[in-house]
Design a protein around this ligand. Sequence first.
Ligand code: COA
Length: 173
Amino acid sequence: MHEITGDNINLVKENMLKGKTPRESQVEMTELVLPNDTNLLGNLLGGKLMHWIDIAGAMAASRHSNRVVATVAVDSLDFRHPARMGELVTLKAKLTWVGRTSMEVTVNVYAENVKTGAIIKTNKAYMTFVALDDEGKPTPVPPLIPETDEEKEDYLKAEKRRNERLARKARGY
Ligand SMILES: CC(C)(COP(=O)(O)OP(=O)(O)OC[C@H]1O[C@@H](n2cnc3c(N)ncnc32)[C@H](O)[C@@H]1OP(=O)(O)O)[C@@H](O)C(=O)NCCC(=O)NCCS
């Protein structure tokens, strides 16, 4: 048996982190689109939506890691349909992949017309967060255990997305 010394104590702690499923940390957040959140056409402001996406994604990453997290990357964000004033916007955030200290989260956004009950998917985003310790340094996160076929597939695709992000970073953006 190996002795636990100051040198390898962090490695031992890392290996002891218990895996979690995406379901355990998923977040659903609903907001009402108020007049102050809209442009002159009565559509939800893109910046406001990006703020909500960041918050929903960070909550899921914090739940998974039990840490404060920082956003390090936001992939392209498509605006497929506008959300209108008076509609409910629901953001569903779920972990898709984890590395050593970083986590990829997907956020799907839906707009709901409360009068008709119609719900449409308006946006989808992939974001990367890093778990930080009390000194603000990257710190290890628990492994992710994908459960469904879709989660397993997304986990594999996430590796490719991560490589593209790191290549972009290496090129200096
Ligand atoms: C978060 C931060 C402390 C990490 O520091 P760092 O020097 O990049 O740390 P590392 O190089 O060790 O990277 C940490 C992890 O992030 C990943 N990472 C860093 N930049 C990344 C990027 N652009 N895209 C994807 N992953 C990235 C690394 O691959 C590593 O992942 P791993 O541990 O899972 O392998 C630093 O990047 C930072 O302060 N960024 C600004 C964060 C911020 O202000 N966000 C907005 C407000 S929350």
